[in-house]
Design a protein. Structure first.
Length: 383
């Protein structure tokens, strides 16, 4: 049976009570973690199932704050609200100091912190923080090439590139235009979106991790990888960023027609799922030639397909997402009380030996978001 058919069958096992039980398990773990973390932040990935405590200094900190907001929305427990707002104080200080913000991941940081906070509380301070963050991201736009530079100091010729992850950072700019009335944010987001679709995504629906441009002319140059197995391999999480990123942006762009490449992107992802339906960290690997799994890639793809189902962008998208979530819950959820992650068997950066076969914050967040989306189809997304 094909992965598509198996996922659809497995997804039929989800019931409202099952979803409630899975959400409750996540919330219990988040509440326990919150006690230990205090006003610190967990590291990007765990080590032996435990997150190292640190300051607000990484691209991943928004995922923790996003989980706090999700937990608050479900429980209305003021303990989650209080801690999320304390986190926002830290995010404001980070903007004030421009501390470790020379990268494109501003949306990962501020959509899930200030953006979610404003959506839930309607406090002007949170809206202002989101707009300040959008200005930081806007400043990374390269007119020559029409893209937001991913990493490093602006105009560094060795860093004149974008990466596929940036699809998830663009909603911050669209939201900023909505809140401020300034169309410039959305104009830049649209230009980057179209540049990305025509470069980092290949005509067959496979993806590069990163794509370089000529710094002198802005002309597209070549694709490469940073975290995948090789420049021509398909990094599983990168492909899942495509599965999620296009529907998130189409929520704002409303392209006519819908990008036809999307179905191919999803088909590639599904075609590379192994027997247990959770991808290896790179599609160079399979059940005959195995490596470590990346559960976070499946959680990201599930959120993408749920969003795509609202746009009728892929056949049986919601049914497929349900199967993905069920498989993660039943075989990859961190049941052990001492393990602080929600999902086992993730990979951060395999080539660097970081977070290999460990929980990571984005896997945890997107798993919880997927459960939230399935539990409440009317839930207003943070992106």
């Amino acid at each position: 049976m094909l992965a598509k058919e198996r996922l659809i069958e497995i997804g039929k096992l989800i019931t409202p009570q099952w979803l409630e039980d899975q959400r409750a398990a996540c919330i219990r773990k988040i509440a326990k973690n919150m006690e230990r973390y205090g006003q610190n932040f967990p590291s990007a990935s765990a080590m032996n199932g435990k997150y190292r405590l640190k300051a607000n200094d990484d691209w991943t900190n928004g995922f923790w704050t996003g989980m706090l907001w999700l937990a608050y929305e479900w429980t209305k427990d003021d303990a989650f609200l209080k801690r999320a707002e304390e986190n926002l104080d830290s995010f404001q200080q980070r903007l004030t100091d421009h501390f470790v913000l020379d990268h494109h991941d501003i949306g990962f940081l501020y959509s899930l912190s200030a953006g979610a906070g404003y959506q839930i509380t309607h406090k002007e301070a949170h809206k202002n923080q989101l707009l300040q963050a959008a200005d930081v991201l806007l400043a990374r736009f390269q007119e020559k090439g029409g893209f937001l530079q991913a990493w490093g100091k602006l105009n560094d010729p060795g860093e004149y590139r974008l990466i596929i992850d940036s699809l998830i950072n663009l909603p911050l700019l669209f939201k900023a235009s909505e809140l401020s009335g300034n169309p410039r944010y959305a104009e830049v987001a649209k230009e980057h979106y179209h540049t990305l679709i025509n470069t980092v995504i290949k005509p067959d629906g496979t993806t590069y991790h990163t794509y370089y441009f000529d710094p002198a002319t802005g002309a597209p140059s070549h694709g490469a990888t940073h975290q995948g197995h090789g420049d021509q391999s398909i990094w599983a999480r990168g492909q899942s960023w495509g599965v999620l990123g296009i529907p998130l942006n189409e929520h704002y762009v409303h392209s006519q027609p819908y990008p036809s490449i999307y179905r191919q992107i999803v088909d590639v992802f599904l075609a590379n799922l192994p027997q247990d339906l959770v991808p290896y960290w790179d599609f160079d690997f399979n059940d005959e030639h195995p490596a470590e799994k990346d559960s976070s890639a499946l959680a990201i793809a599930a959120c993408g397909l749920i969003e795509a189902s609202k746009q009728e962008a892929y056949p049986d998208a919601l049914a497929l997402a349900k199967g993905m979530v069920y498989q993660l819950a039943n075989h990859y959820f961190a049941e052990e009380e001492e393990n602080e992650g929600l999902l086992l068997h993730g990979v951060y950066a395999h080539g660097e030996g970081k977070g290999v076969d460990e929980p990571n914050l984005w896997g945890d967040y997107f798993y919880f978001e997927a459960l939230t989306r399935l539990s409440n189809p009317d839930w207003e997304i943070y992106w």
